[in-house]
Design a protein around this ligand. Structure first.
Ligand code: C5J
Length: 222
């Protein structure tokens, strides 16, 4: 067992062989100009501060031989898995499926859907394309975790209060012990990130724990 002694709200113990890193939606469409995040009016540069922590978390997981799962929010080219309510909401400059500088926005196979170059996908990593905010909805994630005997999840990715939080809540309801790595996740809204971390660990870790990537590293060293 590895133990993150200083995790909040109290120590988090996890068995590395039964723990997966869930790196949520670190894709160009959210982190780079011209993608989905920017079309919604966000300053996408804000998300880049999560890259060093996310890389550290992935490097630790790879060094330990842990299961690593990258997710990508995207839709089929014919948009058959994109509810009109999602596509038509708001006044974005480009809607899901429209042609943009990184290809069609949030469409599987387009350049914008790729994971950013700073977080290379290694052989053996699993990549899950998901049409929803939560990674369990309409994917095989649950089956994959069960087949691998995964009981604990370490989360990074973007954005903290949307796809990371939704997936962590889905996982918590399915009985997984979840921790979100504070410096491996980011939001376009700094206050939303802090509020999300607070609400996850409140009430005795009602959704799960939080810790830094340095604290995870320390747990492996100890
Ligand atoms: C959003 C996500 N924010 N990956 N998606 O729409 O958090």
């Amino acid at each position: 067992m590895a133990v993150v002694a200083d995790a909040l709200p109290f120590a988090f113990a996890f068995p590395p062989a039964h723990t997966a890193v869930m790196m949520i939606d670190m894709q160009r469409d959210f982190l780079e100009p011209g993608g989905f995040g920017e079309t919604l009016g966000n300053d996408v540069g804000l998300l880049r501060s999560a890259l060093p922590g996310a890389r550290r978390l992935l490097d630790l997981a790879h060094a330990q031989g842990m299961t690593v799962i990258h997710t990508r929010e995207c839709h089929r080219p014919d948009l058959s898995d994109c509810p009109p309510a999602k596509r038509e909401r708001g006044e974005p400059r480009l809607r899901i499926g429209d042609a943009g500088p990184m290809g069609r926005v949030l469409i599987a196979g387009e350049p914008g859907v790729e994971i950013v170059a700073e977080l290379p996908i290694l052989p053996g990593d699993i990549v899950i394309d998901k049409p929803g905010k939560g990674a369990f909805y309409a994917t095989t994630l649950g089956d994959i975790l069960q087949e691998r005997g995964i009981t604990h999840l370490l989360f990074g990715g973007v954005t903290t209060e949307v796809c990371v939080q939704t997936t962590m809540r889905e996982a918590n309801d399915r009985g997984f012990q979840c921790l979100v790595v504070e410096d491996a996740t980011e939001s376009y809204f700094p206050a939303f990130k802090e509020a999300t971390l607070d609400m996850m660990r409140a009430q005795g870790a009602i959704v799960g724990w939080t810790a830094t990537s340095a604290q995870i590293e320390e747990a492996f060293r100890a």
